[in-house]
Ligand binder design. Structure first.
Ligand SMILES: O=P(O)(O)OC[C@H]1O[C@H](O[C@H]2O[C@H](CO)[C@@H](O)[C@H](O)[C@H]2O)[C@H](O)[C@@H](O)[C@@H]1O
Length: 930
């Protein structure tokens, strides 16, 4: 997890007497205050101040207005709370997440143009005590706190009255009036507008009082399951019962967050959701407010798909995150893992920049968090720290000090650090008694799945004893281990006193200690040794990188850091320092918000294809005397399935197509990449249908049995070459196979590895374009998990053109014309076409849409041509309309087919699915007058 800090503030009781943004203790807010020192004092601000980053970004893209409302959703508020019955609540800055809380302060300050609110859980509330002072409550005139009116208040408001005893139920009971008091304190007195999410065990009485019994339940799933998995740790197998209960709490908690956000959300607001406690929140919000702007930021690492697979709720978690417009990670590696998980686990196409999910694009980005470097520096070199620093320097005089400050959690790698230090003392005995490792460990509330914190702690203690036993003496211990929290002063003094900062985490989202160490070494240039498994390693590229699992390697790097020349140390420090200063927490949040604005601007610029207007289509259809239908097959009449042979038409498709083709005013064609055999077997029995097989290579006219071969005169010698290339790739890629048709050849990779398949298809395409396509007139076409080669002159577009031209003339007498069939239902050949519907789902169908877009007005009125792509509205297409899936195509077919019988005539076919006369009348009834 990111942004841990040792911040520890004094308890304060904010109330109305405290000015907004500056309650009693100015240090309060987020461990220590937001630095204003180099800016104009707030009172003299004429308006919001833009950071350099924002100015640069806005000059690049002036259309981005970096202003509006931001709602940050975080698991807990920046304070730990102590409840005092009938009195103001006691708020203490919460330990950890200091960087994130600093970003909240920044967004809430007048240094940005954003209006900012935080929605967060109260956190575990400390049990009540008797009131210690009269409440500094808001005035009774405040509308917000109407229940504090003494008549309606559930508890007496004057301090003399005895408070009623809490009911006999166990747990903490918080009357509504006291909840409102906290809500008031949090929104008016802390400098950040905070809306608390109340999470109660008992949902029945929440209007009267909140009963909190098992407060830790809300963090259990996230900490036991998600934190564990995100850090590559695993449980021993269990029966899953505890997991189910914890999941239910996690789900409910995310829902309560969604409800709270929706209470205050207004269209146009940006919601930024933080970390693994709220992974379901983006999709819950998206369901309720489809147009909400949502960014999710994961402060933790994100594992590879091999590891995420082990999580029983992997799909729910990924789908939850995919409700966002943008998902930010601490490093590129984590964002790459996420995209890959979406492909491998959910089957969604992805690339390193994003995922295509449910017809929308979800962008991913790596935006590493920073610290408030100015504030940290000011604090680290303040008077109170100077004294402690001087004392430490004196204490370790004549020794080199290696400093470490980590949580006592196995992923922080404290055991690895000690092992490497032992190896160092063994390999470099010249440093014995001249180097000391000062290791501070703070407790963690996250349980280790394999035996808990105790295992790590026991191991660490054993190692400390062992090293001190081996290399220490009566007067000297090489390892000084302090398992305790440090005050802010002590913490910064220690980082300043270090000669080397040593971070050996084995998994870590962002390690803010390393950033604070860099700030503290501003003048003394102590090198930073940093684990390559920390998310920070991706940003602090000039630090000495180590693999914590390689003790000897770490030992050598410790020695290297100790013997480095001053010049080398200075150069390293200067570069690290400049990075930490320039990529601070403001840069981070500005950058994240800018990215979301950018993503939103891009999606606004994209022209979405409108959903097919069925009533318009029906209107045009019913009035037309001559109609032409062109249907693609796979992905249009049948859903895409794993194996081509399994994509057989349903009874509904057959019924619907039959009904359409039965109408003598309709010409219905199936224009497919499939071969003749497949089409004949599955739809060949509908004699009124016309067929075009293999993308136009072969045609079978309505009412006929013979196929026309349009490739008869073509040179087909390319097939052998293509076959060889496809075979080579098939041999290399398990699961892929070649479909050899009469003319076209298709290489399928749907059953291959989901990332390797598309990658090798790109390679294969390049190879074919550079060889076969140069020698022969053939086209290499990427399809849906396939690559297909066919002669260039043949395409679905050509067929579409021909059909329009042919049906537009009276060509029934011309042999070979598409309308020259003999069936009883032969289309009326005397007039021009008055209605065209053409539906398809993939790139080869775009050729038909292009051809139909170019049909001259004299031939067919463009308003009567319905080109329809099957897929999301965001899909790039030349079609004028879209519908989502084959099921919708079938419904449209049924709708049109049934329309012939509207008006009381008995239908000749079974009613199709959900479309019946009632539904049809409903649609017709709503047709606006022309
Ligand atoms: O023009 P179409 O009718 O859309 O045919 C295009 C290709 O479709 C078939 O492959 C695709 O569908 C399969 C079944 O759903 C699926 O398993 C495969 O991954 C898709 O690529 C067919 O096998 C090809 O011959 C067609 O060219």
């Amino acid at each position: 997890m990111a942004a841990m800090s040792s911040s520890m503030g004094e308890a304060i009781s904010p109330g109305l007497n405290n000015p907004p943004g500056g309650i009693g203790n100015p240090e309060l807010g987020n461990g220590f205050p937001l630095d204003n020192s180099e800016d104009v004092p707030p009172s003299r601000h004429s308006g919001p101040v833009k950071t350099k980053f924002l100015e640069e970004m806005m000059s690049e893209n002036p259309s981005l207005a970096l202003t509006g409302n931001v709602i940050s959703a975080n698991f807990n508020i920046p304070y730990s709370l102590k409840y005092r019955l009938g009195a103001d609540w006691e708020l203490k800055p919460r330990r950890g997440q200091s960087a994130l809380f600093d970003s909240f302060s920044y967004l809430s300050s007048d240094k940005t143009s954003w209006s900012h609110r935080v929605v967060a859980w109260t956190g575990e509330i400390e049990a009540p005590s008797t009131p210690i002072s009269p409440p500094i409550t808001p005035p009774s005139t405040t509308v917000h706190l109407s229940s504090l009116n003494s008549l309606s208040a559930p508890v007496p408001l004057d301090k003399e009255s005895r408070l009623p005893s809490p009911p006999l139920t166990e747990g903490v009971h918080i009357p509504r009036a006291d909840q409102e008091r906290l809500e008031y304190q949090l929104s008016h007195t802390t400098g950040i507008k905070i809306l608390p999410v109340w999470l109660a065990d008992d949902t029945e009485n929440t209007e009267i009082e909140l009963i909190l019994k098992d407060q830790a339940r809300w963090r259990r799933y996230a900490e036991n399951e998600l934190y564990t998995m995100l850090h590559y740790k695993q449980h021993d197998p269990n029966d899953g019962r505890a997991e189910r209960t914890q999941w239910a709490d996690y789900y409910r908690m995310n829902q309560l967050f969604a409800n709270k956000i929706l209470e205050v959300y207004k269209p146009g607001d940006i919601v930024v959701v933080h970390d693994y406690f709220l992974m379901l929140l983006p999709s819950m919000l998206r369901q309720k407010a489809p147009h909400m702007y949502i960014a999710f930021f994961l402060h933790s690492p994100f594992p590879s798909s091999e590891f995420l697979r082990c999580l029983p709720r992997r799909k729910e978690v990924l789908e939850g995150m995919l409700g966002s417009n943008l998902i930010g990670f601490q490093s590129y590696g984590y964002s790459r893992h996420f995209s890959s998980c979406c492909t491998r686990i959910l089957g969604f196409p992805s690339d390193p920049r994003g995922v295509d999910a449910y017809g929308a694009r979800v962008e991913v980005a790596s935006v590493a968090i920073g610290i408030d470097a100015k504030k940290a520096e000011r604090f680290a070199f303040s008077e109170s720290v100077n004294d402690k620093y001087a004392a430490l320097k004196k204490m370790y005089e004549g020794k080199k000090v290696i400093v470490g400050r980590d949580r006592l959690d196995s992923v922080r790698g404290v055991a690895q650090k000690l092992q490497a230090f032992q190896r160092f003392l063994e390999r470099y005995p010249e440093w014995n008694e001249r180097v000391v490792l000062v290791q501070v460990t703070s407790p963690t509330n996250i349980e280790d799945p394999k035996g808990g914190e105790n295992t790590t702690s026991t191991r660490v203690n054993e190692l400390v004893l062992k090293i001190n036993g081996m290399y220490g003496s009566l007067g000297f211990s090489p390892v000084l281990h302090y398992p305790q929290y440090l005050t802010e002063d002590e913490y910064f003094a220690l980082l300043r006193a270090g000669d080397i900062g040593l971070i050996t985490s084995v998994r870590d989202g962002m390690n803010t200690t390393s950033l604070e160490y860099v700030v503290c070494q501003k003048d003394s240039y102590g090198p930073l040794i940093l684990s390559e498994f920390s998310g920070t390693a991706g940003s602090l590229t000039d630090a000495i990188r180590i693999n914590p699992w390689d003790s000897t390697g770490v030992a050598d790097q410790i020695n290297r850091a100790l013997v480095m020349s001053e010049g080398e140390r200075k150069a390293m420090q200067e570069s690290l320092y400049s990075h930490v200063k320039s990529h601070d927490v403001r840069y981070w949040i500005d950058h994240l918000l800018h990215r979301i604005m950018d993503v939103l601007a891009q999606s606004k610029n994209k022209v979405a294809t409108p959903l097919l207007d069925r009533s318009l289509m029906l209107r045009r259809y019913t009035t037309a005397k001559k109609r032409l239908f062109m249907f693609d097959y796979d992905g249009t009449l049948t859903p895409i399935v794993r194996e081509p042979a399994a994509a057989v038409p349903s009874a509904r498709v057959i019924e619907g197509i039959k009904a359409l083709a039965n109408d003598h005013r309709n010409a219905v064609w199936i224009i497919s990449g499939r071969d003749q055999e497949f089409l004949k077997q599955n739809l060949g029995h509908i004699s009124e249908l016309g067929f075009s097989a293999e993308h136009g290579s072969f045609m079978r006219h309505p009412g006929e049995l013979e196929w026309e071969d349009l490739t008869a005169t073509l040179d087909m010698s390319w097939r052998e070459k293509v076959n060889d290339v496809f075979q080579k790739y098939t041999d290399r890629i398990p699961g892929s196979f070649v479909e050899r048709k009469k003319c076209a050849i298709t290489w399928h990779y749907r059953l291959a590895d989901p990332e390797l398949g598309p990658h090798m298809a790109e390679e294969c395409k390049k190879e074919l374009e550079g060889t076969v396509a140069k020698q022969w007139d053939v086209e290499v076409m990427p399809g849906k998990a396939n690559l297909e080669v066919r002669p260039t002159f043949i395409s679905k577009g050509e067929i579409a053109k021909r059909l329009v031209a042919s049906y537009n003339k009276d060509m029934s007498q011309i042999p070979g014309s598409p309308v020259a069939g003999t069936g009883e239902n032969q289309v009326d050949s005397g007039s021009i076409i008055e209605f065209i519907m053409c539906a398809g789902d993939d790139t080869t169908d775009e050729d038909m849409f292009r051809a139909l877009n170019n049909v001259g007005c004299a031939d067919v009125d463009p308003g009567h041509i319905f080109t329809v792509t099957v897929g999301a509205s965001t899909k790039p297409t030349l079609a004028r309309w879209h519908i989502l899936e084959p099921e919708d195509v079938i419904e449209c077919i049924a709708l049109l087919g049934d329309s012939a019988f509207e008006g009381g005539k008995r239908p000749r076919m079974e009613r199709l699915g959900s479309v019946n006369f009632g539904a049809l009348s409903a649609v017709v009834g709503h047709i606006p007058e022309q």
